[in-house]
Design a protein around this ligand. Sequence first.
Ligand code: SF4
Ligand code: SF4
Length: 450
Amino acid sequence: MFNLTHLLRGSFSHGIHPPENKHFTEAKPIERLPFPAQLVLPLSMHAGKPSVPLVRKGQEVVRGEPIARADGFVSVPLHAPATGVISDIRLMPSARGPRVMSMILDVYPGDPQEILYGAPVDVEAMSPKEIVQAVQDTGLVGLGGAAFPTHVKLTVPGGCSIDTVLINGCECEPFLTTDHRLMVEQAADLVKGTRILMKVLGASRAIIGTETNKMDAVAAIQKVLQPNDTVSVKAVPTKYPQGAEKMLAMALTGREIPSGSFPSSVGLGVFNVATTAQMGQLMPMRRGVIERVVTVTGPGVQRPGNYIVPIGTPIRWLLKRCGFEGPAGHLIMGGPMMGGTVSSLDTPITKGCGGLLVLSEHQLTSEEQMKRYPCISCGACVDACPMHLNPCELGRLAYKGQYEPMAETYHLNDCFECGSCSYVCPAAIPLVQYFRIAKSSNRERVAKAS
Ligand code: SF4
Ligand code: SF4
């Protein structure tokens, strides 16, 4: 048995403690589901330029085969998640609403679905430049939700150097347990991926950071580390939003990432657990991202769990396997604090989607509940904001449509939309929704002026 008390670290000021609700799935091992009959593969499931098809309608593809190439540096390729035939390439609805060009892959029923692509390589013998190219070739993006191409994050801006890699395993969003299970079950891949990141960034140490409600993950990672390892694992107190980059950096290293700056400005490279574990799995075989783990959870599903599914799996198909056949209005993609609704259940699981939360009827917010009540100036939102902003004043300005001073005087752009202020507001003012609208309006104004 490990003595884990020396692995505990500090935290950050403010923040909140919403009910964790991890009990639905935290103890459920990752389970592989059978393949659906059809996959939908958007060419733009990552930040940056969409991928460009390498195959045409009617063409057979083999599981793992590259089927679309990257279009420039800020873009990634796409690999066939299953063996089958490309039955169409057409516009399809996306989870957020707009239709995007997508490949439709009809999966061959009864196929053993072996991965025939890829060959072993010695990553240790590769130069950092070769590794960056190889990471782009895997199609790896931030699997924690941002879906930003990972190889771009490995290209450190001039004048910066990275001494410490931070692996973010906090998973502070209530309900979600994908990263937790990956740390427990794929600790060796996670550490392998961490060492690749250290090599390419020239970092001398790495810290895998998690929260105190996942001490089994700390123990699993400890088991694969060497004595005096340059990789360590630390648990910080469970608090929301501990998994935000700035909060994690402060808690684990005491370094403050300045407003408007990247972690590299203070010598840090920050990566998500799921991304790093995939890197450890894929890179030594030069394979591409074709599947991911998704937590399907909440009181609205009969069989909650952590499921591994091919990229492109239709959400409707996955929810049906878990015992939910209700309307899309019950579903949140991601966690309850920062996740969003989906336009249709016929949209697919993309690389950045790690969780589906299904609420029961009585948990849905009615229009009446969302009605704005006057602010009672209680200050609860100010005490909750981890960025030390003044959500109360920001809310007042947003209500009046005064978006410019929100950014210039009240630092709206430092708000990362964690939702803590909305959560604690006794007047049920939808503050974070106001802030999203204000930011989007300011962006449009700046774009028109330039
Ligand atoms: S949503 Fe923005 S303003 Fe509200 S608590 Fe989070 S960072 Fe602060
Ligand atoms: S928590 Fe709500 S009611 Fe209280 S000060 Fe903030 S906006 Fe006003």
